[in-house]
Design a protein around this ligand. Structure first.
Ligand SMILES: [Zn+2]
Ligand SMILES: [Zn+2]
Length: 118
């Protein structure tokens, strides 16, 4: 079984930040889109699921980071491959500076702490 959450401990201020990982109860891409995805992305993904042949779908909470503020975020991500050549993979934006988030790499402690900024 894969990990469903991750706690990152800041060695400067000793705060602990809690992140979720994985599908969080969703067993199909339909459930993921219904429960965890909102707004335009939900409408788009549900329409793809209804009208197209899904080849592969990945979904779940993941750790992303903003290349500009170096902060970790925890979006619920989805990726749908369909009709043999098509790919639906929405971008996630930093709520602070609107930069497109990228997948975070370990060690996760190298990212800025939301409490003390270090
Ligand atoms: Zn800290
Ligand atoms: Zn940012």
């Amino acid at each position: 079984m894969s990990k469903e959450s991750l706690d990152i401990h800041c060695e400067h201020c000793h705060s602990i930040e809690h992140f979720k990982l994985g599908p969080d109860g969703a067993q199909t891409i339909e459930q993921a889109a219904d429960k965890h995805i909102q707004g335009k992305t939900q409408i788009q993904s549900k329409s793809i699921i209804r009208k197209h042949t899904i080849d592969k779908a990945e979904y779940g909470y993941a750790l992303y980071t903003c290349p500009s503020c170096n902060t970790l975020y925890n979006p619920y991500t989805i990726k749908i491959e369909y009709d043999e050549i098509m790919l639906f993979q929405p971008f996630y934006k930093c709520p602070k500076c609107n930069t497109t988030l990228v997948k975070a790499d370990e060690p996760y402690t190298s990212y800025a702490c939301k409490h003390c900024g270090l």
